[in-house]
Design a protein around this ligand. Structure first.
Ligand code: ADP
Ligand code: MG
Length: 598
């Protein structure tokens, strides 16, 4: 019997293609906006009805379309952007598959009005459920306006997957924000239900644009990034370690101005923040990566939300190095409380001050030029040269204060058994002695091992301590042996289920050795599979924590001096290896405001 296999008709294939590309109204908007940009638009207006579920109109001042091309634009695989396969690796445009307009038209009604600048008349094309209904001449401004209505009417089942109009509008606004960030020279206006919700002029640089779309609060807490290597350029902003978020939604990544989600880049970002922020917290970051089109394949995802790099290692390394460098030199921040909020005070009297303190803290962090690399006194060992670029200009850093170093602060005393109070010229500074010492020890351990310094100080026990262990723990300890030895441990297997501990790192020599090994194994109770360097850092963090001066432990002024000197010499001094803050500071003007002196 024959006749089982048929070639699907165009209207069906278009609907199938639309299923991949057009998930929701925001996907339509994304495609229309990208077409406008590909047409060289400098001014775009977006109109949304019912959060984009009712209708979407995108009007641009781009090059427009010829009358004869206007109908073709609605045919599948009809594009003006590539002519042969290899062109995919040269294209600078967002689109090239010729899929968007036919896909959109197959699941809605599209009315396109377009005119080339030098043409006398424009063209109106109406397409409904995949069929062109009308092509007529019309008077219209130069550029293109595409109005999409009856969205998903030909495929009612898709409507069921839509969320509330409010949520769908949120998705649309996400698309718009991303575009605004990566296209600073664009004028953008957005109307929703006839009301203007966004109207932004062309920005001078990305900084300005970021402030507009993400808010100045966000921006002023950010470190500026720039680097160039192996033909890859990286620009962007990343949050100080003190400012973290509960999810990774505030990480924006663009490759050749295309917003993408990339596992590799995300993991590079998290690697740079490891041991700087608390577990399960995320930084905010905007990374714009530019590289030659032939080094990146953009044709690997239906909505082009993922790309494939020719040299993924290079990209990974560059992100890690640039971020690590910028983060290393960001001490003496007033770590803003999580998500900008102070923990709630327990006493009503204090609660009243809470707001004031919160505002003061905010003001401090807003006015503090903490992202400037010029803060004298702090080494920024890996901080890349900040050069001006077309996209980014580092802000002038007005109100630069003379540099502050921990060693220059005058120590006033300890309170609460753990907080060291210091006076600086213009502020009061509070340091958590344990967190500070932890960071110092951690960085020292890291450095020594990095140099594989044979003198990693080690102290021999008078008598080897034999510790018998369950098989799981025994095997795990054997796994960690090379790292532990690098830190100054001398441990030998003793039979099949015990170890003989002969030496310990001098920094934990005061501790009861057996207890410490048990604590160590407990700390790794969840035997996560960790990358080697992650495991190494976790071990350093453990030792740093064990070796560091504790709360309720007295500290002499001489010791404070050493602590300050060490803090000045290590990177990442603003947080401990678990990501908690090392210092908090209040400017005198913050204090004045708190005391209502002005
Ligand atoms: P692609 O963008 O992949 O080429 P589309 O289906 O999105 O495919 O668009 C088809 C063609 O229609 C484009 O190649 C372009 O020539 C033209 N086009 C679409 N939108 C616009 C616009 N806003 N301005 C100018 N030309 C456009
Ligand atoms: Mg397109």
């Amino acid at each position: 019997m024959s006749g089982k296999i048929i070639v699907l008709p165009d209207d069906l294939t278009n609907k199938i293609a639309a299923g991949e590309v057009i998930e929701r109204p925001a996907s339509i908007l994304k495609e229309l906006l990208e077409n406008a940009l590909d047409a060289g638009a400098k001014d775009i207006t977006v109109e949304l009805e019912r959060g984009g579920c009712g209708s979407i109109r995108v009007t641009d001042d781009g090059e427009g379309i010829d009358r004869e091309d206007a109908a073709l634009a609605f045919c599948r695989f009809a594009t003006s952007k590539i002519y042969q396969f290899d062109d995919i690796y040269k294209v600078q445009s967002f689109g090239f598959r010729g899929e968007a307009l036919p896909s959109i038209a197959s699941i809605s009604r599209v009315e396109m009005v377009t005119r080339k600048r030098d043409a006398l008349a424009g063209t109106r094309v109406i397409a409904e459920a995949g069929d062109i209904k009308e092509i007529t001449e019309t008077g219209c401004p130069a550029g293109t306006s595409v109005h999409v209505t009856n969205i998903f009417e030909p495929v009612p089942v898709r409507r069921k997957f839509l969320k509330s109009e409010h949520t769908e509008q949120g998705y649309c606004m996400d698309v718009i924000s991303r575009l605004a960030i990566s296209h600073t020279d664009l004028r953008l206006k957005v109307l929703a239900k006839g009301r203007e919700v966004l109207n932004i002029p062309a920005a001078r640089d990305a900084r300005e644009r970021l402030a507009l779309v993400l808010g100045t609060d966000f921006l002023d807490q950010m470190l500026f990034l720039t680097a160039e290597k192996n033909g890859i350029r990286l620009h962007g902003f990343a949050s100080q370690p003190g400012l973290t978020r509960a999810n990774s939604r505030h990480i924006y990544c663009f490759v050749n101005r295309r917003f993408i989600r990339d596992h590799l880049i995300n993991s590079a970002i998290m690697t740079a923040y490891r041991r700087l922020i608390e577990a399960k917290r995320y930084p905010a970051a905007v990374l714009l990566i530019d590289l030659p089109p032939h080094d990146v394949d953009v044709n690997v995802h239906p909505a082009k939300l993922e790309v494939r790099f020719r040299n993924p290692r290079d990209v990974y390394q560059m992100v890690v190095e640039t971020l690590t460098g910028a983060l290393a030199g960001s001490p003496l921040l007033s770590p803003p409380p999580e998500d900008g909020k102070l923990p709630r005070a327990d006493f009503p009297a204090i609660r009243n001050y809470g707001k004031g303190v919160e505002e003061a803290l905010k003001r401090y962090t807003l006015s503090s030029p903490s992202y400037s690399s010029e803060r004298a006194g702090f080494r920024r060992p890996y901080f890349p040269q900040t050069t001006e670029s077309q996209l980014f200009k580092e802000s002038g850093g007005s109100g630069e204060r003379p540099g502050l170093t921990f060693s220059d602060l005058s120590f006033l005393g300890q309170v609460g058994g753990v907080y060291l109070i210091f006076a600086a010229e213009d502020r009061m500074i509070i340091v958590d002695q344990h967190a500070a010492h932890e960071r110092i020890l951690f960085e020292k351990l890291k450095k020594k091992s990095a140099d594989s310094d044979p003198s990693m100080m080690s102290q021999r026990l008078l008598m080897p301590e034999v510790i018998s262990l369950p098989p799981r723990d025994f095997a795990f300890l054997m796994d960690c042996l090379p790292i532990l030895e690098g830190c100054g441990f001398e441990i030998e297997p003793f039979g099949n289920d015990a170890v003989a501990l002969k030496s310990v790192p001098s920094l934990v020599a005061k501790l009861e050795p057996k207890r410490m090994i048990m604590d160590f194994l407990e700390g790794f109770a969840v035997r996560e599979v960790l990358a080697l360097d992650e495991q190494r850092e976790k071990i350093y963090a453990f030792l740093a924590c064990k070796g560091a001066i504790k709360a309720q432990q007295d500290i002499t002024s001489a010791e404070v001096k050493f602590l300050c000197r060490d803090l000045d010499s290590v990177p990442n001094a603003s947080t401990c290896p678990h990501g908690r803050p090392v210092i908090v500071s209040f400017t005198f003007s913050d204090l004045e405001k708190m005391f209502k002196r002005r």
